[in-house]
Design a binder for this molecule. Structure first.
Ligand SMILES: [Fe+2]
Ligand SMILES: [Fe+2]
Length: 225
C-alpha cells in the first residue's frame, strides 16, 4: 500500500499558506511525494511552480473538486522534462493507485477502495484528456497531419480505457468483488497494451520530433492543462 504524506492547504492560515506550501514542495527530494489538498483549482500555484522551481517537480491530479482539489507531487532531479519523463511517470503513478484500490477492496475496506478507485478515475481521465487535447494535436501538427498517423488509434483506445473506468466504478459501488476483479483485470490488459505502444513508439517519437526548448514547453502545457 502506498501512503503519501498529505498537506491540507485548507488547514493553514491564509497569511502563511503559500509560504508553507512552497517550502514543503521545495523540500521534496527526487522520488519523494506529497499530496496537496486545496479548496480550489491549483492552476495558479502550478504556474508559479513552473517559474520558481523549474524542472524540480512532476504532478498530477487525484481529485478535481467540487469541494477539494487534490494534487500529487513528486520531486525530481532538475533536468528538462521530456514527454517520456512526464507521461511514463504518470502511467506508473496510475498503476500504483489502481493496485492500491483493488487491494483495499479485496481486504473488504470498501469505502477507502471506492475513494481510491475514484482517484484513479480522475488521474486516468485527466491523462487521456491531456493526450487527446494537447499532446496529439501538437504532434499531428508538427508531422503534417498524416491521415494514417498513430494518434487516431491512441484516441480510439482512450474510449476503451474510459469504458473500463466506468465498469470498475459500477462494480466498486455495488461492492461486487468478483465483477470488480474482472473489470480491474480487463482495464489492466487494455491499459498495458495502450501504454506499451505509447512508451515504446509514440512518446520517443514525439521527443525526437520537438527540439528543446519546444519540447519542454509542450510538457509544461501538458502539466498545466
Ligand atoms: Fe493514452
Ligand atoms: Fe498515456
Amino acid at each position: 500500500m502506498t501512503t503519501i504524506p498529505v498537506l491540507d492547504g485548507r488547514e493553514i492560515p491564509p497569511e502563511t499558506r503559500l509560504q508553507e506550501i512552497m517550502s514543503r514542495l521545495t523540500a521534496l527530494a527526487p522520488g519523494e511525494s506529497l499530496v496537496l489538498v486545496a479548496p480550489h483549482d491549483p492552476g495558479k500555484l502550478l504556474r508559479m511552480l513552473l517559474a520558481q522551481l523549474p524542472n524540480r517537480l512532476m504532478w498530477g491530479p487525484l481529485a478535481k473538486g467540487p469541494d477539494a482539489w487534490r494534487w500529487q507531487f513528486v520531486g525530481r532531479e532538475p533536468a528538462p522534462r521530456t514527454v517520456c519523463d512526464y507521461l511514463i511517470w504518470d502511467h506508473r503513478r496510475m498503476e500504483e493507485i489502481l493496485a492500491d484500490a483493488l487491494a483495499l477492496a479485496q481486504a473488504g475496506n470498501w469505502q477507502e477502495a471506492q475513494a481510491r478507485f475514484a482517484e484513479h478515475a480522475v488521474a486516468l481521465t485527466h491523462h487521456a484528456f491531456i493526450e487527446d487535447e494537447v499532446l496529439f494535436p501538437a504532434y499531428d501538427e508538427a508531422t503534417g497531419n498524416l491521415p494514417d498517423g498513430p494518434t487516431a488509434l491512441m484516441m480510439q483506445e482512450h474510449h476503451d480505457v474510459r469504458a473500463g473506468i466506468e465498469r470498475i466504478a459500477r462494480a466498486a459501488k455495488q461492492r461486487d468483488l468478483e465483477e470488480l476483479e474482472d473489470a480491474h483485470d480487463a482495464l489492466v490488459d487494455v491499459a498495458a497494451e495502450h501504454h506499451a505502444k505509447e512508451e515504446e513508439i509514440l512518446f520517443p517519437g514525439i521527443d525526437e520530433t520537438f527540439p528543446q526548448p519546444q519540447l519542454a514547453e509542450l510538457v509544461e502545457k501538458l502539466m498545466l492543462a
